[in-house]
Each structure stands twice: as C-alpha cells, then as structure tokens.
Design a protein around this ligand. Structure first.
Ligand SMILES: [Zn+2]
Length: 118
C-alpha cells in the first residue's frame, strides 16, 4: 500500500492525506483581484466616441469572457478538507456563475442595442 502525500486545506489550513481532501477548481481571478483588462461604462462610452483603446479593450474583454470557462490559466485547483467543502460548494453556487453570466449577457445586449441604435 502506498501512502498519500500530505496536502493542506486551502481554507482552514488543516493537513491531511490527499485522498481525504476534496479537489476543487476555482477561478484564479478571485485570488488575484481585479483584472487590469476589466472594463466599465466609460470604456463603452469611449468606444461610442471612437476611442480605439476602448474598442480594443472591449473586444479583448469579450474574447476573454467567452473563453474563461475553457482557459486553464485562469483556473486553479485547490485542496479542501471535508469540514470546509460544504460551505465552499454552497458559497460557490450562490455567488458564482448565474450573476456573472447575467452581467455578460446584459453587456452583450447593450452593445447590440448601441450598434442598432447608432
Ligand atoms: Zn478545511
């Protein structure tokens, strides 16, 4: 019988054999904080005024958003012990995908409306 390597729970710091920990994938953006490529309403305004930097930022942001799910560089695997995994999964379900998807689609619809309106 081979022994499992000791890993550390990313949330509470408990050390346990790897087979007793749960592996979870997180978005590394959450650890790094705000991306420098993030855009806001002023970027869209700049795009409408013909600012080339804003147009570039928007297309980069849209590209990045649509590929976020599949990009390995933006996700990270962490070990979580059984005490922490339930709360981690719960908070992930509550604060995660739905709201950011809604935001993405709201922006896409806004762009379409702006293009049609102009
Ligand atoms: Zn833990």
């Amino acid at each position: 019988m081979s022994k499992y390597a000791i890993r550390t729970c990313k949330i509470c710091g408990l050390k346990k054999p790897a087979n007793e920990l749960y592996l979870r994938t997180i978005n590394s953006d959450l650890l790094k904080g705000k991306s420098s490529r993030d855009i806001n309403m002023w970027t869209f305004l700049g795009d409408q005024l013909g600012d080339k930097k804003s147009s570039k930022a928007i297309s980069e942001w849209l590209f990045q958003s649509s590929n976020r799910k599949y990009s390995a560089s933006r996700t990270k695997q962490i070990n979580i012990c059984e005490n922490c995994v339930v709360s981690f999964d719960n908070s992930n379900n509550l604060s995660g995908k739905n709201s950011s998807n809604f935001f993405t689609w709201a922006i896409v619809i806004l762009i379409i409306l702006l293009i049609l309106g102009g």
